[in-house]
Design a protein around this ligand. Structure first.
Ligand SMILES: O=C(O)C1=C[C@@H](OP(=O)(O)O)[C@@H](O)[C@H](O)C1
Ligand SMILES: C=C(OP(=O)(O)O)C(=O)O
Length: 430
């Protein structure tokens, strides 16, 4: 169905809710994290059919770039997984090419991955700032195995900046003559994404031994295998937020979500239980969300699920549930500095996210009001989608609504379908 938002690109979208309870069914996109891993592994396995691939721009991009075997430059745009996974994939396949991205991508670190790939014989130069894209890949010198490496090629990799470096290395591991043994150091963040990588590798016939701080991948062949991508739990979190904020009696069904998921963001089930949303797993890969009483306070560590932090901060503030949030370190190096963005935007509504020191952040809202504010989105899809559910509490506008294309292009169309009133914001009067 054509969505009104298509005609208001580059402007803002006005959102409001004038109905009673929120009811029915909403479609979430397929997981972009699963899709982008499956695409890399499929390329390495040289076969297997992928079903229900995400229509997210991050996935369309990955798919398109993997089909350009002789490109002299690759533009990963604002997609972290594309930048990191492709760097490892192209470097190990010995390609001579350039990898770049949006202005923001050039501020997102990649040095840890480049250092590891250099140890595997990849010749990679920085085109701009040391440790950041753009990168020039100059091919690969296969490393002669040392005595100690007769078993595995050993790498030590920091796990506290981005798990995507580790996933990128694991996926190419089976193709290396001695496989890989990765020693993880530091506080490992986003660990469920590493497990998702292992699960997908296993699905395609390549096992990975997980010894906690050590990961081992033997040299082995991926088997061409079919895979059907699950719905995206991070995207589902915005519908949980809507049920939490909607009028009494609201309930919603979300298809394509599995009880036994490989996605760490399924943690939204437990978190939202405390914010007044109960989940029922239905037969046929669907969940039904209904309302319950929120808890008086919330304490939550987001180390394993950083992409849920914005959703949860906004809901806690809107419900007036004081929340203590930890594990937010990686938020400053994502599509934007998400801590700063949340602080600025929550303040417009009377909410706050304060840094208490030692990694603890506190959400509070003495008098949270939604009354026609305009939310800035900072080139971050999750800022747009985390604040949109507030329209259930009053009218608001969201700037640059097209940012959602990164992970959930149908988001605004789904909101219209669910009964939100959407439209262009009135032109400013000068
Ligand atoms: O591997 C993945 O698919 C992802 C890992 C996470 O990033 P970090 O590992 O950088 O935290 C997450 O925030 C991102 O949206 C997707
Ligand atoms: C951080 C994200 O993505 P990436 O790191 O893959 O750009 C995200 O989708 O929230």
């Amino acid at each position: 169905m054509p969505c009104k938002v298509d005609s208001i690109i580059n402007s803002s979208i006005a959102l409001s809710w004038s109905r009673g309870a929120l009811r029915g069914k909403a479609q979430v996109p397929a997981s972009k994290s699963e899709s982008n891993r499956a695409l890399i592994i499929q390329a390495l396995a040289a076969g297997g059919e992928l079903h229900n691939l995400s229509d997210a721009n991050d996935t369309r991009l990955m798919r398109r770039l993997l089909q350009e075997p002789t490109a002299s430059a690759f533009d990963a745009e604002d997609a972290g997984t594309v930048m990191r996974f492709l760097t490892a994939y192209l470097a190990m396949t010995g390609r001579q090419t350039e990898l770049t991205g949006t202005a923001r991508m050039l501020e997102r670190p990649i040095g840890i991955l480049v250092d590891a790939l250099r140890q595997l014989g990849a010749r990679i130069d920085y085109q701009g700032q040391e440790g950041y894209p753009p990168l020039r890949l100059q091919g690969r010198t296969p490393q002669p195995a040392t005595e100690e490496e007769a078993d595995f090629t050993e790498l030590t990799v920091r796990g506290d900046i981005s798990s995507q470096y580790i996933s990128a290395l694991l996926m190419i591991g089976p193709t290396l003559p001695h496989g890989l043994r990765i020693w993880l150091t530091g506080k490992v963040g986003s660990r469920p994404y590493i497990r998702m990588t292992q699960a997908l590798m296993q699905h395609f016939g390549a096992s990975c031994r997980d010894l906690g701080e050590v990961l081992e991948v033997r040299p082995q062949a991926y088997q061409p295998t079919n895979y059907t991508v699950e719905g995206d739990w991070s995207a589902a979190s915005y519908w949980y937020a809507m049920v939490a904020l909607a009028p009494a009696g609201s309930s919603l069904t979300l298809p394509t979500l599995r009880r036994y998921s490989w996605q760490g963001d399924q943690a939204i089930v437990g978190i939202m239980e405390k914010l007044g949303v109960k989940t029922e797993f239905l037969a046929d890969e669907a969940v039904r969300l209904t309302q319950t009483e929120p808890a008086a306070t919330l304490t939550q560590d987001f180390t394993d699920c950083p992409d849920l932090a914005q959703t949860v901060a906004v809901v806690a503030a809107a419900l007036g549930v004081p929340a203590e949030m930890t594990g937010l370190e990686s938020l400053r190096i994502k599509e934007t500095d998400r801590i700063a963005a949340l602080q600025t935007e929550l303040a417009k509504f009377g909410g706050s996210l304060t840094d208490e020191g030692n990694g603890v952040f506190r959400v509070s809202a003495a008098d949270f009001r939604v009354a026609g504010q305009t939310v800035a989105t900072y080139h971050d899809h999750r800022m747009a989608m985390a604040f949109a559910p507030l329209a259930l509490r009053g009218p608001l506008a969201v700037e640059a609504p097209q940012v959602v294309r990164k992970s959930y292009p149908q988001f605004w169309a789904e909101l219209e379908q669910a009964g939100f009133t959407t439209g262009p914001t009135p032109a400013p009067v000068y």
